[in-house]
Design a protein around this ligand. Structure first.
Ligand SMILES: NC(=O)c1ccc[n+]([C@@H]2O[C@H](COP(=O)([O-])OP(=O)(O)OC[C@H]3O[C@@H](n4cnc5c(N)ncnc54)[C@H](OP(=O)(O)O)[C@@H]3O)[C@@H](O)[C@H]2O)c1
Length: 286
């Protein structure tokens, strides 16, 4: 199937796991794919593999560290300078189970999974609009339902001792961002979708100590990275989703997200907070 010939796409975090399989599948369907990655030593062999398999123009490397807003600005500027259209942006990269702060001082999981992607996406919005119909796919998680709000006062603190709530907050932020984008992009031809990829045996579980990993994987009935990429691919390309902007998908089907995902006031506040944090606006909304 070569149905994506002529489409330009961008996948963040395409060096491993779900993002790597997403990039491989998009290239196999004929798309030209920019792999936005922080580790050139991991990404270069993948770009070479994709070019060997699908031609010299199939894949391109874009250097991007989502935990560093100046890197995010440089990556967006470099993509825009290339003058290419952007038909699909897959905000896939993510971290879990690690503690710290980003270069700019934000809680590491939130800063990487939400804030880096927020700045990257907003910086590319005009290009997406100019390329419409265009889509943005946010790889979220059903873990978003573990929390019901965003702890704005703590987003500049180092990750707490218990790491799961930080991950859940970052994934609720993915859902809220997707829903708010859908509202703001109405009438532009740019649509937005949030995805739960399943419980996937990817590298994201590396922080779990090795002896615990096998029983943990078994208990959670993990699926392969290829299977984990399916719902992202569905949202990136399925024609029937063109009018379903703002919805949430798992197993290639629409499912109901948490109630907090539908909190319009919270989504607006997160957008404005994120604009300020990324120095995109000077108005006070915190
Ligand atoms: N696996 C699951 O069960 C599961 C379930 C629900 C949701 N998800 C979501 O699925 C997405 C993909 O995760 P995965 O499971 O495929 O994990 P993974 O195998 O660990 O891959 C994560 C990708 O994100 C990249 N990344 C991490 N930090 C980055 C940064 N600061 N800047 C740029 N790229 C960065 C990694 O790059 P490096 O190779 O350089 O580390 C890697 O390419 C994540 O958003 C995750 O939250 C996963």
């Amino acid at each position: 199937m070569q149905d994506l010939i002529g489409k330009t796409m961008l996948v963040t975090g395409a060096t491993a796991g779900i993002g790597l399989e997403t990039a491989r599948a998009l290239c196999a369907r004929g798309a030209r794919v920019h792999l936005a990655c922080r580790s050139p030593e991991k990404a270069e062999p993948i770009v070479a593999e994709l070019r060997r398999a699908h031609g010299a123009r199939a894949a391109e490397l874009l250097s991007l560290d989502l935990a560093d807003l100046s890197s995010v600005r440089r990556a967006a500027a470099r993509f825009l300078d290339g003058g290419e259209p952007l038909h699909v942006l897959v905000n896939n990269a993510g971290v879990a189970g690690i503690r710290g702060r980003t270069v700019d001082g934000f809680e590491l999981t939130f800063g990487t999974n939400h804030l880096g992607h927020f700045l990257f996406t907003v910086s590319l919005l005009e290009r997406l609009k100019a390329s419409a119909p265009a889509r943005i796919v946010h790889v979220s998680s059903r873990s978003h339902a573990m929390v019901s709000s965003i702890p704005f006062a703590r987003l500049r603190e180092r990750t707490g001792l218990v790491v799961l709530p930080a991950y859940a907050v970052s994934k609720l932020a993915n859902n809220l961002f997707s829903a708010e984008l859908a509202r703001r992009m109405q009438g532009t031809g740019v649509t937005s979708y949030a995805v739960h990829p399943g419980v996937v045996a990817s590298e994201i579980w590396k922080p779990i100590p090795r002896p615990l990993r096998a029983p943990w994987f078994w208990l959670r009935r993990m699926v392969s990275n290829e299977e984990g990429a399916r719902t992202s691919l569905y949202c990136a390309a399925a024609p029937e989703l063109a009018s379903h902007s703002g919805r949430y998908y798992a197993n290639e089907r629409e499912v109901a997200p948490s109630r907090a995902t539908g909190n319009i006031e919270l989504a607006r506040r997160l957008w404005e907070w994120s604009e300020q944090a990324c120095e995109l606006t000077t108005t006070s909304s915190r």
